[in-house]
Design a protein around this ligand. Structure first.
Ligand SMILES: [Zn+2]
Length: 531
């Protein structure tokens, strides 16, 4: 009990340990409904913590503790592990990551979608200097590695370049990456042949890493993309994960059934393929990545602007953007594209492509909107929110046993711009909407998808389940009131229903506020030598 030694007798008396007694535990949670992360039924118990570790779980623990919290029948669950975040967008400004902690998240993973700092080691060293409320680890991103070696151009890599890329991935794994992420939808990932990805995946596999993919397309070609994600795992010899599994575009609604059939068939033949998902029918990324064809973006911003000045390529782009608005991310309606943040005009945040087309004195047709999209990129670009998924696909994917919950979010500056509500609400929304209201999942299964399953996926055997000897990362919430508050038009609202969040044995959130504790640690993957 290292923290106890520094604590005077007066404090002990205040906290409920009488004179003459020695506190056996640092923290005791009384009267809990324990949902332990395994998926098994909840049970009534007390949970005792010593240092950063769970010390005991039993029906009635009466040994003295430095601090006792009566949780009054609230659910006590393992802290949630978000395997897919963009937390480096904001962790410096807000190292508490309050938007995550306040919905029960105690561990986040960075470097998704093929995008990470390269090399990775300086980024991890930087994280070590931050006083964070939660734990953080990282993947190495294939797109960033390719960009560092050959730029964002559409060509095959030479054998020498592939060797260089493999070396960068190997170093990242030795530095503590949890695996290789790909973003084959994005430039330059989209220029990468599958075989090249497999070569890098084999390196991650050698160090015990996994592969996770923002797939090449999530619209018309989504099933081919699922086959590719499975192939990378199968040929690369490592677990493989479909990031933020979804089906985009009205014409493709329903394809989740075929997607999951491919997953089931692969798993049946021994491929360890899994999925993660956020519980929203809108996605979020940059306007240019979402609505522009890759050839227009090749070679960087200046090359894009030059193509937009050429009338023939501008006309060609306009036609293709119109199709993407109609059939893919645009959701077939200009009101389905919403601006999250526009550096060149912050007042656009929250408005839609419909609003801006009218504001620019154009009739709100899809072709005119394509013109406005090109204008936006010429001004410097925006990030957007794209309403182009179906609730039926969402629920079908959510219910699959190989699907875990992940936000794909970031750490917003509170009150700034109009980010996707997933950053504030993902985990609370699953518990409030999909467990309590829609009854799509049992509570225990939802918690498993947030804790034990992502922990196992990452090889984090020290967390994700409530069990003596494991990390004391804990979320306490009222299952009757837990809910997400963030909306598409009013996103800066914290989730509600959580009473306490504990990270590494320290209470980081209680009484509706973040505490002063900053127990967050940097996590290192299986390839980093332990001393
Ligand atoms: Zn993504």
């Amino acid at each position: 009990m290292p923290r106890m030694r520094q604590t005077g007798l007066a404090i002990l008396l205040l906290l409920g340990v009488s004179a003459g007694q020695t506190a056996r535990y640092d923290l005791l949670l009384k009267h809990a409904r324990v949902v332990d992360g395994t998926g098994g039924p909840w049970f009534r118990a007390d949970v005792a913590i010593t240092g950063g570790t769970i010390a005991a779980i039993a029906p009635a623990i009466d040994a003295p503790a430095a601090r006792v919290i009566d949780v009054h029948e609230y659910v006590v669950a393992p802290g949630f592990i978000d395997i897919h975040t963009h937390a480096r967008r904001g962790i410096d400004q807000t190292p508490t990551a309050a938007n995550y902690v306040r919905q029960g998240v105690t561990t986040v993973m960075e470097g998704p979608d093929g995008s990470s700092p390269v090399p990775l080691a300086p980024f991890l060293a930087h994280l070590e200097t931050l006083k964070m409320s939660l734990d953080i680890g990282a993947f190495v991103g294939q797109g960033s590695v390719r960009n560092a070696v050959i730029g964002d151009v559409d060509r095959k890599a030479t054998p020498d370049e592939i060797e260089t890329m493999k070396g960068i991935v190997e170093q990242a794994m030795k530095d503590g990456a949890f695996g290789l992420s790909t973003g084959l939808f994005y430039v330059p990932g989209t220029f990468t042949p599958t075989a090249e990805v497999v070569e890098l995946a084999k390196v991650a596999a050698r160090y015990g890493g996994i592969h996770e993919s923002h797939q090449r397309t999530e619209a018309a070609g989504v099933l081919d993309s699922v086959r590719e994600t499975i192939a990378i795992g199968e040929r690369g010899g490592l677990p493989t994960q479909i990031s933020h599994a979804k089906v985009i575009g009205t014409a493709n609604f329903g394809k989740s059934a075929d997607m999951l059939a491919l997953v089931d068939a692969a798993r049946a033949r021994g491929v360890d393929v899994s999925l993660d998902q956020y519980p929203y029918t809108a996605s979020s990324t940059s306007i240019q990545a979402a609505l522009m064809p890759a050839w227009l973006l090749e070679g960087g911003r200046q090359a894009t602007l030059a193509r937009l000045k050429d009338s023939a390529s501008r006309e060609k782009a306009k036609g293709q953007i119109a199709v993407i608005i109609r059939d893919e991310r645009g959701g077939g309606d200009l009101k389905n594209v919403q601006f999250a943040s526009c550096g060149f005009d912050p007042s656009l945040a929250g408005k839609t492509l419909y609003d801006l087309t009218v504001q620019r004195k154009l009739a709100p047709t899809i072709r005119n909107a394509a013109e406005v999209v090109m204008w936006i990129v010429e001004q410097g670009g925006c990030s957007g929110i794209f309403h182009a998924m179906s609730e039926r696909d969402l629920v079908r994917i959510l219910k699959h046993p190989a699907t875990m919950i992940a936000s794909d979010g970031e750490i917003p500056v509170f009150g700034r711009a109009n980010p996707h509500p997933r950053s504030y609400g993902t985990f609370a929304r699953v518990l409030g909407v999909y467990v309590r209201e829609k009854k799509a999942l049992a509570l225990e299964e939802a918690i498993r998808k947030m804790s034990a399953y992502p922990a196992a996926r990452l090889g984090l055997s020290d967390r994700g389940i409530l069990r003596p000897g494991l990390e004391a990362d804990i979320a306490v919430f009222d299952p009757a009131t837990v809910r997400d508050m963030a909306t598409y038009t009013n996103p800066h609202q914290y989730a509600e229903g959580f009473s306490h969040v504990i990270v590494n044995g320290q209470v980081v959130f209680e009484n509706g506020a973040m505490t002063e504790a900053r127990p967050g640690k940097v996590l290192y993957g299986p390839g980093k030598p332990r001393n």
